[in-house]
Design a protein around this ligand. Sequence first.
Ligand code: SF4
Length: 298
Amino acid sequence: MGYRLRVQEDVFSHKVDDGERSAWIFTPGCNFDCEFCGHRANPGAKPESSPELSRATIAEEIDRVLRINRSVKINGGETTLDPERLRFLSSTVKERGGEVIVDTNGSMPQNLLPIVRDGLVDQVEVGFKGLTGGEAIRRSRTGDLELAWNRPLALVRAISEERPKVRVLPTFVVTTSNTDDEFRSAFNMFSDLQGEIYIRINNIFDPYPHQDVFDYYYNGMLKTDSSITEMPREVFDIMVRRVLEEKYFKGVNLTPIPEDELEERFRKLVEEMPRWKGRVILVPNVVAKDMPGQLIKL
Ligand code: SF4
């Protein structure tokens, strides 16, 4: 018995999350089709191209990564698509004394909450697809307010009320299109909650976070055209990026807010809403999410 996992060079990647090292594992497939999602352009992120690993192999990998990391972050795709897989991963990490971080789009609280209630998760990152319900419906391309907005909100509320010691990070990806009023109303949605709530602002659209996307296209083209090796690899990667942008991200605003403007706008908001002091995490740029000490905590 095993589970499909998205394997890059390794089953786990070692990354930094909120300034701390953690081992990341990826589950393939998603029930959303977000307009900014890099996985759409990544053939390796599809379930059919993900290997099934036995429970024993996964447990061995978890043993290995916990020797150098305190926490394991379970990322998607959408991690809650298969609750049995999620429970296995979480409980295997917890049994070994590690901390569990789960990333989710929040659309299936029924699959996640029982695992949280059983004490198998330490932190849940709920990725909202917009700052308003309308934006979330549009960007998630679900056309469904229940899935893209109501359920993620209900999930944050339920965890905070039922398991107040579990850290919950409602996470928003922002661009130059977003207004301060939208930020304010997003903060207000959680203002009455007493648990360990932190709002994270991702000022990044990083559609191709992994080199494996470029490698996939490079190796594929090599099979039909060996002259591709004459092209410097950086040039090839830029070319592929342009083609993919045209194919997958045409007409989508991918522009992050200038970093100093971002910090100034959110500092003002936190002054105005002191309930959030010490509870806003800004990811100012694409490098910051992978480098210790680069996140801004307000
Ligand atoms: S929920 Fe996440 S993984 Fe799924 S399509 Fe959206 S950005 Fe991609």
